[in-house]
Design a protein around this ligand. Sequence first.
Ligand code: DP6
Length: 359
Amino acid sequence: MTEFKPNSIDKVEVDKGNVTWRTPSNIALVKYWGKEGVQIPKNPSISFTLHNCATITTLEFQKKGTFSDNFEFEFYFEEKIKESFKPKIESFFKRIEEFCPYLKAYKFIIKSENTFPHSSGIASSASGMGALALCVMQLEKEIYPKISEDYFYKKASFLARLGSGSASRSIKGKLVVWGESDAIPESSNLYGIPFPFEVHDNFKEYCDTILLVDKGQKQVSSTVGHNLMIDHPYAERRFQQANENLAKISEILQNGDVKSFIKLVEEEALALHAMMLTSTPSFILMKPNTLEIINRIWKYRNETDSAICFTLDAGANVHVLYPKSEEETIKSFIQNELAAFCEKEQYIHDFIGNGSERK
Ligand code: DP6
């Protein structure tokens, strides 16, 4: 990991400035659930990068007048100062400090906003931590102008992972793999990499409509859920399954086999929730409407031979995945049949994007 510690060569004095990054959320197809050590995943995962659901973060930095041995920052969320978010950022800074020794030399103002409603139940940790990690890397790039583009993105993903595991998959690329897999050359537990093979046309343009089934605060956080995989009776088999599924989906994404894609993606979503149902203590994040929607998607698929399928993250919301070629018909199906099972009939149309952008 010393590869991510900057050396003192080619350092430039940077007094002040500001940088802005827009980082999208992502939806895992093969799920990360279970970790060890400092944010090391128990199995590899792969996700589609989203486009519309994103966090935009600006980092303003100014060299401190005199050195002080603490992190100095203010945090604004949607233009209001947010003290309650500060501990998360403070612990993120602490975690990355050994790789970013310049952090304590600056005072920061961090301003962040989401393109989706905060209370939508959509995980904002991936986009939020991703955007902050990229802003930190942009500052690093100003201080060390010679760092390569490859290093920039790898380290951004590495830092994002230390903030939130899934954030490592929101940095660069349409499909991102995080975690070591024999099927994916150069894959790493330390950072995400863009899926390295040519993707079949069938999967190049995919849509994800997020059905907001329950916008409330989750009863069990992801962090607690990951921890419940320690000593879980089915953990080892699950990690093995995820490894097998990653190898399978890599083939599927290259050969364009939509039927196998559907089977695998839905199996992964239900396996994730099965881990929750069978942990000690057990918990259920799905709601009755989650199940209703799943059943209606199955029925629609049986009747129409559509390529529609669903996946779930750690919550009650349903991600409806479908090829762009079916966009019009599936959008009407969602509006006419599924919206009724969403809180306030709300859903968000999204599609696969390219990853983070500097603003
Ligand atoms: C179910 O990345 O939110 O969405 O590393 O503790 O921040 P931390 O967890 P987080 O977990 C995401 C879990 C998931 C599956 C996935 O995105 O792969």
